[in-house]
Design a protein around this ligand. Structure first.
Ligand code: NAP
Ligand code: SF4
Length: 694
C-alpha cells in the first residue's frame, strides 16, 4: 500500500462541485486533537523549514504572509524554521536567533498574522552544535562533522548548563512573542543528538558516558523549559527515532529518552529521521511515500503522549492511511505546504485532486536553503513570495494563445486563467507535460505524474481551452481575436557534431525515455547533466523501488528490526546486467552540477550499479567499434552497443518569425526563451511571473 495514486480518480470524469459527498473522506486526518489545555483542529502539522526569509531585510512581514496563508489553508499547527537560542547555536553567521525581548518583538507580526487566520504556531528552537557553519560552533566534544568545515569547541560543564538555560529562556521569549508553543529540535544530528550519541560524545562529566548522562541535556532542557513556560504552552520534542549513522543510538536508548522526555513535560513527540550526515536518503523523491512511519508506530506502545510521524507524506490519502493504520496521532508535512498552502482546505472540500503535490525534488526549497538563498517551490513559485507574486483578478479579460503545454506553458495558462483571462493552450502532442513526460519515466521520479495530474485538473477547473494534437500554424491564429500570444514551445535536444554522429549506434535521450527504443547491454551516455544521470538510472535500475518499501529499505541497508545502533546494516543491491559509461568533457567531478541535497543520492545510486563515471573526456568519433575517446593523453575505444546523447538542449523557436509577423504582442518563455541550464523551476516561475502581469 501507500502506492502512487496514479492515475488519480476522476481524471476523465471530473467530480462536479454539486455531486461531492459531504462526509469527510479523511476522518482520521481531519479529526481534532485535544491536548488538554488547547485543541488542534486537525492532525496535520506543518513541519519546520528554514526558508531564508528569517534573515532577509523586511523578511518578517514576508514570513508573516507565508505562515498566514498556510494557517488560512487550515493546517492544524505550524512549526517555524529553526531559531537558535544563542550565538553558538547559529546555523550560519547571523542566522535567526531569539535571546532577547528585542528579538521576540520582531516575531509578533508572525504570530498575529497566524492567529488572525485562526491558526496555531510553535517556534522551533534549534541549536546546531557542530553543524553550525561558523567558527563559534560548539558540541559535546571537539569532533568536526563530515559536512561542515568548522571544528567545534567542546562545551564546558558550565557551558552546558548555560545552554540549557538559553533553551528555556528562548522558549520564554517565544511565549512573549505570542507563539502557542515551541519545538525543541533533538534530531537530524544537531546539538542534542550530538550529546545523546556515543558517536559524538566523549565527555567524562555528568553529560557524557552513561546513557543517563548523555540524555541529560535533552531531559533537562525539556524540564527547565516546562518549568519556565508553565503548563499551558505546547512543547514538542523532535526525537531522533532513527539516526541512520554508524554509532547512532540503539532502539532501547531511544525508548529511554522518549519516556524521559514525556516525564519531563513534553506535550507531543515528533519523529526525526536520519542525521544530516547520514548517507541514506530520507526525503528525496526516490524515497517511498511514508517510508518511515513504522518507526513512529514502534514507539506508540512506549509513551502515552501523542506522536507525530513524518517524511515523504505528501497527499491526504497517504496521511489518512498512516493515521488509520495507527502509526501515529498526527502527521507532519513540511514541503507539501510550500507546494500548496491550501492542502488541508482542499482535502476538507474533497478536492484532493486539486492539490499541487510536492514532488520531493528539493530544487527550490532545500537546495536554496543550503545555498543560503530564499526558498520557494518548483511547483509553486508563489511560496515565500506571497507579498510579491500576486495573481489579481483582471477587470478586462484578454483572449490569450499559449503555444506549448510543457511546464512553462502550463504554469502560464493556469495562472492567467485563474486571473480571469480567456486562455487557449495549444499542444502538438497528445498529452500535456513536455519534458516532464520524460522525467516521470525515470525510476524514482514517479512523483512527476502528480504535477501533470494537478495541471490537467486545473485546466478543467479554470476553464483553460486545451487543444491537444494541434500544431499551431501562426496564420491560423490571426483573426481569432487573440490579444497576446505566448510561445512556450520548449527545446530540442542538442545533436553531436563529431564524426559518426549519425551512426546507427547513436540515440537521443528522447529515443530512450519517450519512445522506449531497445538499448543494448553496453552503453555510453554523453553528457552528465540531470538528464544524463536520469538516463543512466533508467538503464541500470530495473525495478521501481518507490512502491516496494521493504526492498527499498534493504537496498539502502536500513534494518527495520533495529538490531544495530542507528539501524544501519549491509546494503542489498539487485545487480544490473548493463555496463554503462557516463561521460563529460569537464574535468570536475561527475554530477557536481546536480542539486546540492540530491546529487549525492544520484551519484551513489549509479555507483551501486558500477556505472563508470568519467570526466575530462573528449569525443573523437563513433563507428562500428564503438565510441572513440581521449581521456588525458590516453586514447580509448569504448566497445558499446549504443551511444546515448544527453548533451543539453537548444531552444525550439521555429514559429517565432511567423508569430512576429502577426503583429500581436508575443512573449517567449521557458526553454524556447533560453534553453541553457533550463529546468522546470525556472520555466514554471517564468510562466507564473508573466501571468501575474499580463
Ligand atoms: P545540462 O545540465 O545542460 O547537461 C548537458 C551536459 O552535456 C553538459 O553538462 C555538458 O557537459 C554536455 N554537453 C553540452 N554540450 C555538449 C556537446 N556539444 N557535446 C557533448 N557534450 C555536451 O542538460 P540536461 O542534462 O539535458 O538537463 C537539462 C536541464 O534539466 C538541466 O538544467 C537540469 O536542471 C534539468 N534536469 C534536472 C534534473 C535533476 O535531477 N535535478 C534531472 C533532469 C533534468 P560537458 O560540457 O562537461 O561535456
Ligand atoms: Fe516539494 Fe520540490 Fe517544491 Fe521543494 S521545490 S516543496 S521538494 S515540489
Amino acid at each position: 500500500y501507500y502506492q502512487f495514486i496514479i492515475p488519480i480518480k476522476n481524471m476523465d470524469t471530473p467530480m462536479s462541485e454539486s455531486n461531492q459527498p459531504h462526509s469527510s473522506p479523511y476522518p482520521h486526518m481531519l479529526a481534532p486533537l485535544d491536548l488538554g489545555f488547547t485543541t488542534l483542529k486537525n492532525r496535520v502539522l506543518m513541519g519546520s523549514m528554514h526558508v531564508g526569509l528569517e534573515e532577509e531585510k523586511g523578511g518578517f512581514a514576508k514570513l508573516a504572509a507565508f505562515y498566514a496563508a498556510r494557517a488560512k489553508g487550515g493546517v492544524g499547527l505550524i512549526v517555524t524554521g529553526g531559531i537558535s537560542p544563542n550565538i553558538a547555536g547559529w546555523v550560519a553567521p547571523f542566522a535567526g536567533r531569539m535571546s532577547s525581548s528585542r528579538h521576540a518583538k520582531k516575531h509578533q507580526v508572525i504570530t498575529d498574522a497566524v492567529h488572525a487566520e485562526a491558526g496555531k504556531i510553535c517556534m522551533q528552537i534549534l541549536h546546531s552544535g557542530r553543524y553550525g557553519y561558523h567558527p563559534l560552533n560548539v558540541s559535546a566534544s571537539a569532533v568536526k562533522s563530515p559536512i561542515t568545515p568548522f571544528k567545534p569547541k567542546s562545551l564546558s560543564t558550565r557551558g552546558v548548563y548555560k545552554t540549557i538555560n538559553d533553551y528555556a529562556q528562548c522558549a520564554v521569549y517565544a511565549q512573549s512573542a505570542g507563539y502557542d508553543g515551541v519545538e525543541i529540535m533533538g534530531s537530524e544530528g544537531y546539538l542534542i543528538n550530538q550529546f545523546f550519541c556515543e558517536r559524538t560524545n566523549f565527555r567524562d562529566d555528568e553529560f557524557g558516558g552513561s546513557l543517563e548522562n548523555r540524555a541529560r541535556l535533552a531531559i533537562e532542557t525539556v524540564k527547565q523549559t516546562r518549568a519556565e513556560v508553565g503548563p499551558n504552552f505546547i512543547i514538542i520534542y523532535r526525537l531522533s527515532m532513527l539516526d541512520l549513522v554508524e554509532g547512532g543510538a540503539p532502539w532501547d536508548e531511544v525508548v529511554y529518552l522518549a519516556k524521559a522526555i514525556e516525564a519531563a513535560g513534553a506535550t507531543l513527540i515528533n519523529t526525526g529521521i536520519g542525521w544530516h550526515e547520514s548517507r541514506v536518503p530520507t526525503i528525496a523523491t526516490s524515497v517511498p511515500r511514508a517510508a518511515f512511519t513504522w518507526i513512529t508506530q514502534r514507539m506508540k506502545s512506549e509513551v502515552t503522549i501523542p506522536l507525530i510521524t513524518t517524511n515523504r507524506i505528501n497527499t491526504p490519502e497517504v496521511a489518512e492511511q498512516v493515521l488509520a493504520d495507527g502509526h501515529a496521532d498526527m502527521v507532519s508535512m513540511a514541503r507539501p505546504f510550500l507546494a500548496d498552502p491550501d492542502f488541508v482546505a482542499k482535502a476538507m472540500r474533497n478536492q484532493s485532486d486539486q492539490i499541487n503535490t510536492c514532488i520531493a525534488c528539493n530544487q527550490a526549497c532545500l537546495d536554496h536553503a543550503f545555498e543560503q538563498k530564499r526558498a520557494s517551490c518548483l511547483v509553486n513559485p508563489q511560496a515565500c513570495y506571497e507579498t510579491e507574486l500576486i495573481f489579481k483578478t483582471v477587470g478586462q479579460a484578454k483572449k490569450l494563445a499559449v503555444i506549448g503545454a510543457g511546464p512553462a506553458g502550463l504554469a502560464f495558462a493556469t495562472y492567467a486563467a485563474k486571473r480571469g483571462h480567456d486562455v487557449h493552450l495549444y499542444e502538438q502532442s497528445s498529452a500535456i507535460g513536455g519534458q516532464f513526460n520524460y522525467a516521470k519515466q525515470v525510476p524514482g521520479k514517479e512523483e512527476f505524474y502528480e504535477t501533470l495530474r494537478y495541471y490537467a485538473r486545473m485546466i478543467e477547473v479554470l476553464g483553460v481551452q486545451l487543444h491537444l494534437n494541434t500544431r499551431v500554424d501562426a496564420k491560423a491564429l490571426a483573426g481569432q481575436g487573440f490579444a497576446e500570444v505566448i510561445m512556450a514551445t520548449g527545446i530540442k535536444p542538442r545533436d553531436l557534431t563529431i564524426p559518426g554522429h549519425d551512426h546507427t549506434k547513436v540515440m537521443s535521450y528522447i529515443d530512450v525515455l519517450r519512445d522506449h527504443k531497445p538499448v543494448g547491454q553496453k552503453v555510453a551516455v554523453i553528457g552528465a547533466g540531470g538528464i544524463g544521470f536520469d538516463v543512466s538510472e533508467y538503464l541500470v535500475e530495473h525495478e521501481n523501488l518507490t512502491t516496494n518499501l521493504d526492498k527499498w529499505l534493504t537496498h539502502w541497508g536500513i534494518d527495520k528490526n533495529y538490531t544495530t545502533p542507528g539501524s544501519l546494516t549491509e546494503k542489498h543491491i539487485t545487480p544490473t546486467t548493463r555496463e554503462v559509461y557516463l561521460l563529460q568533457r569537464k574535468t570536475s567531478k561527475v554530477g557536481k552540477g546536480l542539486g546540492k541535497t540530491t546529487g549525492w543520492i544520484h551519484r551513489t545510486s549509479l555507483a551501486h550499479h558500477q556505472v563508470k563515471m568519467m570526466s575530462g573526456v573528449s569525443y573523437e568519433k563513433i563507428d562500428d567499434a564503438g565510441l572513440h575517446i581521449m581521456v588525458g593523453d590516453e586514447y580509448q575505444i569504448l566497445d558499446v552497443d549504443h551511444v546515448i546523447v544527453c548533451a543539453g538542449q537548444e531552444p525550439l523557436r521555429e514559429l517565432e518569425t511567423q508569430l512576429q509577423a502577426l503583429s500581436i504582442p508575443l512573449h517567449i518563455i521557458g526553454g524556447a526563451y533560453e534553453a541553457g541550464e533550463l529546468d522546470a523551476k525556472r520555466a514554471i516561475r517564468q510562466g507564473a511571473e508573466l501571468a501575474a502581469k499580463i
